[in-house]
Design a protein around this ligand. Sequence first.
Ligand code: AMP
Length: 180
Amino acid sequence: MSGRNDELVERLRRLILDVPDFPRAGIVFKDITPVLADPPSFAAACDWLAARLEEARVEQVLAIESRGFIFGTAAAARLGLPLYLVRKPGKLPRATLGADYALEYGHDRLEIHQDAIRPGTRYGIVDDLIATGGTAAAVAGLLEEHGGRLTCCAFLVELGFLSGRDRLPDGATHSLLRYD
Ligand code: AMP
């Protein structure tokens, strides 16, 4: 983490709230919604995410449902990059590619429009938080299978103790705030 982010990181640490036992017993949910309600912090967080995508020369942004939509949309718009949605099953209207994955608190499946993945294109994934890395790894798997190049995985929050980044390409994962 570079020095000039210290103030932003401290502000985010104060804003992000721990909600014990949500959505089920034993999970400490990181509630990022207060960040959205604090315009300077939200804007700075989106700028930081956009900078990571830009550094990695990302050509297309994949935002993960649902809180990843908020940050991924803002970052893609800042950079003028195409945005694609990674959604829960049955939400996308056209032909999809899908992958099953494990969450910190359960299992799920995600889908992306088939025409969102173009061989040889540089992709960046954006989500609010990486926990076990199962969600992002499922997207990484889909990209790999269909010839997309994953060059950046950008998160607001990383639960470092779950080692999710180990499931993603070496050196591609960036998080603004880490909890160990
Ligand atoms: P994972 O696949 O385990 O890395 O989980 C990441 C996804 O689940 C992200 O979309 C997060 O929004 C959500 N998530 C997982 N664990 C938490 C948590 N402790 N607090 C808030 N969101 C979480």
